[in-house]
Structures are given as C-alpha cells and as structure tokens.
Design a protein around this ligand. Structure first.
Ligand code: PMP
Length: 414
C-alpha cells in the first residue's frame, strides 16, 4: 500500500468505526483536505503524515509538545519509569517529586494535584472553588475555551440549560463587563475563570491588558471569590511560574496540562495554601490520574525548561517567524494580523471575515510541507531552530505567491 493510499484508507475505515470519522478538534470539518489526518512518525519539529510526506510542524500536537517530538531526555525518563511501573495500586515516588517541583517552580502554588486532561484540571478548579466558598456562580469570558464537558463545552448538543445554570460571562479585557457579571452573581460568586490571554478560535488573539488582569484579582479579593487562571494552553511556554507572573498577578488556583509533560498525558491543578483543605475534601479522581510515566516525563520536561534556554530559544524562533511572515505578506501585497505571543502565533488576513483567504493560504502551506492552521493559534517548540524557521519561510513565501495570484477568483467565490 502506498502512503497516499494509507491516509485515504484510514479515513475511509474510520468512517465505519469512529463517529463522524473523527471528532473534536481533530475532526476533518475544521481542516483542509490537504491536512494529513493521520501521522506515522514524529521527531523534533517535523512529522511524517500517513500520506508519506514530511511536514515542518507549527502545531506541536496542538500544544503539548514544547521541547520537540521524541525529546531524548523526556523519552528516557518515561522509558525508565515504564520499566518500573506506570498504573499500579499506589502512586510512584515521582508523584511527590513532581508536586515538589511544581511548588518550587510556580510562585502561586503551595500544592499540586494531578489528572489527565485540561478539562479535568479546569473542572477540578471550579469544584474546589465551590467547595471552598460554598457558593455556586462561576464567571468565564465569552468565547473562551475551558474544556469539553457540559459546564464549559462550546457545543450545545447534549447539554442542558441546568448544566450551565450557574455559569455567566464577561468580555475579555473589559473591566466594566467583568464588574457587571460580578454584580449579577452577587453574594453567590464562587470563581472567576480566566485565560492568560485571549486565544479563542476564529478570532485574532489578544494579550491581557494588565489593568484587566489586576481587576480580576481585585474583584476576587473584594468578593471572596476564587481566582482561577486557566493556563492549560499557555502554561510552561511563556513563563514557567505562570503566564500572569510577568504581570504580577497571581491566581488562587491554576489549571495546567498541554505542555507540562511534552506530550505525555498529564494535567495538574495548583493552588494556594488557603485552598488546600477544600482541595482535600472534594472527591475527584480517575483510573489513570496517578500513572507514573507521564509524571516522570513531566519532571524531565520541567527540568529541561528550567535548566536550559528553551523558553528564550522558542521566543526567538517565534520572533523570526513573525518578522519573516510580515515581510512576505507585505511583499505580496497582503495586510495580515499576527497576534498573540510569538511562541503561540496566529496569522489572519485583514478583512478575511469568512477565513477563505487564510484557509487557502494554510492549505497552500500544507501542500508545501508546512503544517499550520488558519483559525486556531499555532505553537512553537524549543526544537524549532532558526534554520527550521527559515525553511518554513521559504515554503510560506510560495504559499503567499500562489494566494496573491489567485486572490481575485478566491474573493469572487467568497
Ligand atoms: N483550557 C484551555 C485554555 C485549553 O486550550 C484547553 C484545550 N485546548 C482546555 C482547557 C481543555 O484541555 P483538554 O483538551 O486537555 O481537556
């Protein structure tokens, strides 16, 4: 079977045995036909699709891969732990070591609990906040993603009004709207949940206004509500101690996942000492929440992030990419918006409200071996060298050229 046929055959077989052929963020509906859906191997900042082609990657497994695929130190730690035991009747010593490492690394953390996915972590934060305050209302920003369970999923299918009865919304970066939501909750406000910057899908990203971040803290202090920072997506990529550390704003609880174990399945909740009793009283657990391999991988990942210049290399790679894409866009007569931190970039085309130009550009990039997304932020890793970025840019140059050539017909179709 040739590789081209492997990708096609997997898609066909999946249609018979996987609902919708695929679901969630990997559903085909959100990607172009040219984005490979199956991957056969990955190393550093490259992967091989089931279509047999090698791709330079700008999505990093949708975030978790912060040091590069198959990072040797992380693999070694995971392999050693796999030989000792992963899912056993009791936790491994690495659980305590990892909790200690998180407490040492994150100034707002006096303790840590572990789970598997970001949704586990955000949901556990909300449960702890309600347990600690004895209140019900939870505020989140309109359009923010905090997971895929009824209280927060962006979908509505299978969700009842009661599931979200106590969830209300404010506009990100809008202090007046936040104040109004706090007022509506009155003395029943349990928590404000907020992401470190606005990274809603199909939107240009928006960094947090430091005034807004401080207002979240102040309003929680004033009302006795719990401040929850959802650092699932941005955590350990921007600032090791938490993404609002540079702003001097510390949460009461923080949710972590994606990058913390370089692709091994792990999530964490960290919190301040005052919430440790409430955290010990809620009943949250999972069959795999104590598994040791991902914890060993996380210790290796965090150690690498702490002891090397991985974060600053990632930032430099991001700056190089942003500058290169800006220059290319200008050369080809496009006005583009590059938003968010350079390590988690997104490029959209000005005026491209239906994303037809961006989708076509992303598709052209994929055809040239650069995997990126038109409407969801991308992720860089410490494995992206300047040479890799230059190689990416050589290919995106051609993608801009083709889209520029075909723009007239694209717009008339739109
Ligand atoms: N919060 C944020 C900010 C996220 O980006 C995500 C995942 N994209 C989640 C929560 C949920 O994480 P998971 O998909 O691992 O459950």
């Amino acid at each position: 079977m040739t590789n081209e046929i492997l990708e096609t055959s997997l898609r066909r077989r999946a249609t018979a045995v996987i609902p919708g052929g695929m679901y969630g963020h990997m559903t085909r509906a959100l990607l172009s036909e040219d984005h490979p859906q199956y991957v056969t191997a990955a190393d550093g900042c490259r992967f091989t699709g089931a279509d047999g082609r090698e791709y330079l990657d700008l999505m990093c497994g949708w975030g978790p891969v912060v040091l590069g695929y198959a990072h040797p130190a992380v693999r070694r730690a995971a392999d050693i732990q796999a030989g000792l035991g992963d899912c056993v009747n009791g936790a491994s010593p690495v659980m305590v070591e990892l909790a200690e490492l998180l407490v040492e690394t994150i100034p707002s953390a006096d303790w840590a609990m572990f789970a598997k996915n970001g949704t586990d972590a955000t949901t556990t934060c909300v449960t702890i906040a309600r347990a600690a305050t004895g209140r019900r209302k939870v505020l989140t920003a309109h359009g923010a993603y905090h997971g895929a369970v009824p209280w927060c999923t962006p979908g509505s299918s299978g969700v009842t009004a009661e599931d979200r009865a106590h969830v209300d919304h404010f506009e990100y970066n809008d202090i007046a709207s936040l104040r109004r939501a706090v007022d509506r909750a009155g003395d029943d406000l349990a928590a404000i949940v907020v992401c470190p910057f606005r990274h809603d899908v199909r939107q240009d990203q928006e960094l947090a206004d430091p005034e807004f971040a401080r207002a979240v803290r102040t309003l929680c202090d004033r009302t006795g509500a719990t401040m929850i920072l959802d650092d699932v997506r941005a955590g350990f990529r921007l600032s090791l101690g938490g993404s609002w550390e540079p702003l001097g704003v510390r949460p009461d609880l923080a949710a972590w996942s994606k990058a913390m174990a370089n692709g091994y399945a792990l999530a964490a909740v960290t919190g301040i000492g005052a919430l440790s009793e409430a955290a010990s009283e809620v009943y949250v657990t999972g069959s795999f929440w104590y598994s040791a391999v991902s914890m060993a991988a996380s210790i290796a990942t965090l150690t690498e992030l702490r002891e090397t210049d991985a974060l600053s290399r990632m930032e430099s790679a991001g700056q190089r990419l942003r500058a290169g894409l800006d220059a290319q866009a200008a050369r080809h007569g496009f006005e583009v918006n590059q938003t968010g931190p350079v390590q988690m970039p997104l490029l959209t085309f000005a005026g491209d409200t239906d994303f037809s130009v961006g989708t076509r550009w992303a598709r052209e990039a994929v055809q040239r071996g650069v995997y990126l997304h038109p409407t969801h932020n991308w992720f860089l890793s410490a494995a992206h060298t300047a040479a890799d970025i230059d190689e990416i840019l050589e290919r995106t140059e051609d993608a801009f050229a083709v889209v520029s050539r075909d723009l007239g017909s694209l717009l008339s179709q739109g």
